[in-house]
Design a protein around this ligand. Sequence first.
Ligand code: MN
Length: 321
Amino acid sequence: MSLATAYADAARTIRGSVQVALACHVNPDGDALGSMLAMHHVLRHHGIASVASFSEPFQTAPHYRELPGLELLVPPSQFPAEPDVMVTFDCGSLRRLGDLEASARAARSLIVIDHHISNDLFGSINVVDATAAASGVVVRELVRVLGFALDQDAAVCLYAALVCDTGRFQYESTTPAVFDLARELIEFDVPISSLSRTLFEEHRFAYLQLLAEVLQRAVLVAEQRFVWTVVTQDDLVRHGVTLDEVEGLIDIVRRTREAEVTAVLKEDGDGSVRVSLRSLGDVDVCAIAQSMGGGGHRFAAGFTASGPAAAVAEAIRAALV
Ligand SMILES: [Mn+2]
């Protein structure tokens, strides 16, 4: 099926439905939340009932608090068990829906909106454009095919999706089309500056104090161009910081000039260790993550291991040889 056909089929299905159920991946990022909420706003403003949710833990990181419509989300327990039409956002596989996987399996029509090249096309209609910089780009096009107009709330959500997945217009994915869309969106009075501060820059003072300790204990293995550090449960408890808040910490550690590969290990409450990996491109960290039961992209990947953290770091280092 061509992409144009997929857009047309998705639009026809949505227009003809009584209620559309929207879902994004577990632990949603800015693109997942932004693309889903944008569609939620557009459908509501055009008289199509919709419900939007994501899996437990049903909680969004504090830096997404300026996205309009977070209060409209319903917990997964209130999501339809057998939706007539369900749409997924930024989700590469059924498994990534977490608690909402069963609803997706039971849906009469399942529309998949995504931009991951690894998407396994689990929908009955797959609107998957691997050339799109964000799922938000795909949503913008679908809204156009629907013949619906954007509104300010949707524009802010799509702008957030775009800046999050392009790293504020700095990643390779930043094409002329990205700037074209950004230009269209900011016509809706997007609060560019305050959004940028809350999404990327602002942290509670407690986080900065935790960061100081985590950076202090970072280990550079110079001969393997590998830098790693760990966020312990003790750190989180002493500083009153949640795991959600340390999500972006790796972006600071990966600034290390001497390192090709960066790992941040985070101790979860249940004794397991959540590992985030980044590379500059010479090393395929996805392959390392996959060998340890995880996945991701060549440059950014992750997995969950059973601790202790030092042993997990040593296993990563050994995999770099
Ligand atoms: Mn995305």
